[in-house]
Design a protein around this ligand. Structure first.
Ligand SMILES: [Zn+2]
Length: 499
């Protein structure tokens, strides 16, 4: 009898799998990144060539994501990433490499989360606690109730019905016109109402709150649910992927009791802690007192490894240091790399930096941030700064053939440049190809280095390095000043989601 060789077996197996696959074969992937025929003999050309041929940006993202992993602000893993980033920056020739601390409040650590139905089909499904919310006191059992109240008044209609209940707070079939986002602009009143709603839920004896992830295909999501203040009040809260959440809604709609066992294990630190920004400089020459800041946030959410949010931006900033060292180029102004923390909790690191350095803001030529994942850079949002268009067009001119052409007047407030923009500093976030960022990796359990598109990420590193170089060296200075922006009309969606 002929013994099949292992190679034959695996070939046969592959044949069977292919024959049985319900999915059509994937079309070949065409990269959107233009290929340059040659590099001009200019500083920009040298940087482009160096990064294209010797980029370490993918390796650095993989180190941050695969070796260090999720980097929640306040965690030991973020501290490890910061120590690593400082060592990298020093090895890449930066000076003045240091950390600057600010007060975070309480840290929060994810525990073990679980959920299973005690009625109907008894299935267990994925559940992810919202960060900075209270744990359940071990596994709790409660009957589900759909409570799609959108404000305190609507919530009070449920008085007397919430004790011992686990609430479904998302109603994807809600056809009512949306309420104004964020209280229609009065942030203080909106926040006070949120606290009053939490107080009401706790006083009524609510066990926990479940919300539906906005992502399809089993993707979960997380964000911060509570505060970092030791005096905070929070209800144990979690996201469910759409499939189990919609099943729970269908079961509840049958008007039969639906009972769930839920365990959410996150814990707060005993004491408030400090968080840190990493800072590294390449000193300038004749204009050394002026600074161009290039950055990304080193912190991440913790369902995945924070590969595209935002190990990518952090690695892109470090790649600029590497390319300057490799080419021996010396900028006229000082380059400052800042890897922020606390971005995901509300731009805390960049706000703290701006507050601590407000006397130096006049000396900042510009701030550039890369925080939309792996996608190629196509330009920058000018935040309404029409008066910066001319010099920004100069800054990206050497990149036009690489697909970097867009200078939109759009205001994007979702990442760390916004902390500088609001005090009048020209500060711009890169416009990037979305790839699968907002539909996939962003804040979900899918944020792993598998989703890197190396050619696009390397183009992004080229774009950020060259635009930064041009801003460091051009004779002109970008005009400062706060930009008057009309308040958003009530109910209008936020212009861009927060990376
Ligand atoms: Zn981000």
């Amino acid at each position: 009898m002929l013994r099949p060789t292992p190679a034959f077996l695996s070939l046969a197996l592959a044949g069977i799998l292919q024959a049985q696959s319900p999915f059509p074969a994937a079309a070949p992937v065409v990269s959107p990144v233009p290929v340059l025929a040659s590099y001009p003999d200019t500083p920009a050309g040298k940087l482009l060539k160096e990064i294209k041929e010797h980029s370490e940006v993918v390796a650095r993202v993989e180190h941050l994501a695969d070796m260090i992993g999720p980097r929640l602000t306040g965690s030991q893993q973020l501290r490890q990433a910061q120590a690593w980033a400082m060592a990298e920056a020093k090895a890449l020739g930066a000076v003045n490499v240091h950390e600057e601390a600010y007060d975070l409040g309480l840290a929060w650590t994810r525990g073990v989360d679980s959920a299973r139905l005690l009625t109907q089909n008894g299935i267990r499904f994925r559940v992810d606690q919202l960060a900075w919310t209270a744990a359940t006191p071990g596994p709790v059992q409660g009957e589900l109730l759909l409570v799609d109240a959108r404000n305190l008044e609507e919530l009070q209609a449920f008085k007397g019905r919430l004790k011992g209940r686990i609430l479904l707070r998302t109603n994807p079939d809600d056809k009512r016109p949306p309420l104004p986002r964020g209280g229609g602009g009065d942030m203080a009143a909106f926040q006070a109402e949120q606290v009053a709603m939490t107080r009401f839920l706790l006083d009524e004896g609510t066990l926990a709150v479940l919300m539906m992830s906005g992502r399809k295909n089993g993707l979960s999501f997380t964000t911060a649910g509570g505060g970092r203040d030791p005096k905070r009040i929070t209800v144990p809260s979690a996201y469910l992927p759409q499939e189990p959440y919609r099943m729970l809604l269908r079961l509840v709609a049958r008007k039969e009791p639906v009972k769930l066992e839920l365990s959410l294990g996150g814990t707060f630190s005993a004491q408030p802690v400090q968080a840190h920004n990493v800072i590294a400089d390449i000193p300038g020459t004749d204009l050394a007192s002026e600074v161009v800041i290039l950055g990304g946030h080193l912190d991440s959410w913790d369902l995945g490894t924070g590969a595209t949010d935002n190990a990518t931006g952090s690695a892109v900033a470090l790649e600029t240091l590497r390319a300057l060292k490799a080419t021996g180029l010396k900028p006229r102004r000082t380059l400052r790399i800042i890897l922020w923390s606390g971005e995901e909790q509300g731009l805390l690191g960049s706000r703290a930096y701006v507050e601590a350095h407000k006397a130096e803001m006049d000396a900042v030529q510009a701030v550039l941030v890369h925080d939309m994942g792996t996608g190629m850079v196509k330009g920058f949002d000018l935040q309404g700064r029409e008066n910066c268009r001319g010099l920004m067009a100069q800054a990206i001119a050497p990149l036009n053939d690489l697909g970097v052409r867009e200078l939109s007047l759009r205001t994007m407030n979702g990442t760390d440049h916004a902390s500088f923009d609001r005090v009048g500093v020209p500060a711009f976030a890169a416009i990037q190809e979305p790839v699968d960022y907002f539909e996939g990796t962003h804040h979900s359990q899918m944020d792993y280095a598998d989703h890197l598109k190396p050619d696009q990420l390397i183009q992004g590193a080229q774009a950020m390095a060259v635009a930064t170089w041009e801003l460091l060296n051009m004779p002109g200075r970008l005009p400062h000043g706060t930009v008057a922006r009309p308040a958003r009309p009530a109910g209008e969606a936020t212009p861009a989601p927060r990376p």
